[in-house]
Design a protein around this ligand. Structure first.
Ligand SMILES: *Cc1c(COP(=O)(O)O)cnc(C)c1O
Length: 423
């Protein structure tokens, strides 16, 4: 469900015609619906109302502080994977006691920043990381809350680049070694073992990989409790998929009832780290057609947004639905929608039946709310594009378009290049 609908052939976000926003902010831009995003959060959170739980929205899917604020106001925590994301979450006003910190490569300075901020726990991904967190906490005279991220070796049946819970992936600690690592962690004086965590991958569209994971974790939790290690939090990670094209992922309520059933009687507080399922279909990318060009083989529609703005098609060959912002009569053609970047992987859609767009027309690239702006870059020296939030019939620029001056901010030409000829 989302709030991007046609009213008399004009695509609107909630009560706001997109054509009007484009006229005021220019193109390209990201556009989010407040109502959709907030509803998605409430539906997900509400699905677990029957059990003790905490939703920690995954900041890497969309880290704009206005977006984070929407969830924080609803009681959400935040799942972070860097010091920068912690900074963003704190700027948005998160309760640090609701922050979990995941990721295989946490630097000591990032760990210290998180300890000083008083986060709930680190999801630890390697034996060495345990030592480093223990040392940092010792230096600061604090106790670090931790859980071990276990790699359950479950196939999430998703794109291989976003599978994370298989043995071969770099993430987590294998299920066989987890128990001995918990025993090691117990002996480290500055650690407070809080729970166990996992994250099997992203865009998962079946229930079984989640329930299989819980079955595996249940066994370790039982063993650990027998050993006297009290596991209070069970962090299931994120990963629930959405419909981009024809996928039929489980509804959050189905996901929730399967998880609650699989984990009945476990006496833990559950943590969830959803990203995509909350924001993915709550945002779109709006771009303008610059040129159309027909070669001997193909039709190309060249638009003003590129892979630096929306990387997912180039990175994962992923599908985003293409829609006109203003519908008109006419037949469809088979075309590639491509950007201005000097790379052949710079496309938004390939071999797609789409309306016959003309130069100057606006195009909506759907389902771009997750891993859209957050993966964008300045490649080809392109200023990053604005993010706009709509609520009812009002819009708010929640990140302004970068200017050329932003592109060189922080750069400096050393003196020797400014003066005499260099030998
Ligand atoms: C990316 C990630 C998430 C969010 O994944 P979604 O598929 O967007 O729900 C949650 N937890 C961890 C550890 C992640 O790396």
């Amino acid at each position: 469900m989302h709030d991007f609908h046609y009213v008399d052939d004009e695509l609107c976000c909630e009560g706001m015609p997109i054509l009007k926003i484009a006229g005021e902010v220019g193109t390209p831009f990201y556009l989010y619906s407040y109502r959709t995003i907030k509803n998605h959060f409430k539906v997900f959170d509400g699905a677990f109302a029957g059990i003790s739980h905490l939703v920690c929205f995954s900041a890497k899917s969309n880290a704009n502080i206005a977006i984070l604020k929407i969830f924080i106001r609803e009681g959400s925590g935040v799942d972070i994977v860097s010091g920068g994301e912690l900074y963003r979450a704190l700027q948005a006003g998160v309760d640090p006691g609701k922050v979990v910190y995941s990721g295989v490569g946490k630097r000591a300075d990032e760990i210290e920043y998180a300890l000083k901020s008083g986060i709930l726990m680190f999801n630890v991904e390697s034996p060495q990381e345990l030592e480093v967190i223990n040392d940092c906490a010792g230096r600061l005279g604090k106790k670090a809350g931790i859980s071990l991220r276990v790699n359950p070796d479950v196939d999430p049946r998703t794109h291989r680049h976003i599978a994370t819970g298989l043995r071969e992936n770099k993430f987590g600690i294998s299920i066989e070694r987890a128990r001995e690592e918990y025993h090691r962690a117990e002996k480290l004086p500055h650690l407070d073992i809080k729970g166990i965590s996992c994250h099997i991958g992203s865009q998962v569209t079946e229930i079984a990989p989640f329930t299989d994971t819980i079955e595996r974790l249940k066994k370790i939790i039982r063993l650990l409790r027998k050993d006297g290690i009290n596991i209070r939090y069970l962090d299931i990670g994120g990963g629930l998929g959405i419909t981009y094209d024809r996928e039929t992922p489980p509804h959050p309520s189905e996901y929730a009832s399967a998880i609650m059933k699989a984990s009945a009687g476990m006496d833990c507080t559950f943590i969830f780290e959803p990203g995509r399922v909350i924001v993915g279909n709550g945002g779109i990318l709006v771009t303008r057609v610059l040129y159309t060009k027909a070669t001997e083989d193909k039709n190309f529609v060249i638009v003003d947004a590129g892979m630096n703005d929306l990387l997912r098609p180039a990175l994962y060959d992923s599908y985003h639905h293409i829609q006109p912002v203003v519908k008109r009569e006419g037949q469809e053609i088979m075309a590639d929608v491509v950007g201005p970047i000097c790379e052949s992987s710079d496309y938004l859609a390939k071999g797609r039946m789409i309306p016959r767009f003309e130069r100057g027309e606006l195009m909506a690239v759907m389902s771009a709310g997750a891993y859209g702006f957050s993966m964008s870059s300045n490649y080809n020296a392109r200023p990053r594009i604005p993010e706009v939030l709509v609520r009812n019939d009002q819009f708010y620029v929640i990140r302004k378009r970068e200017e050329y001056a932003d592109l060189v901010r922080g750069e400096e030409i050393p003196n020797f290049l400014m003066n005499e000829t260099v030998a």
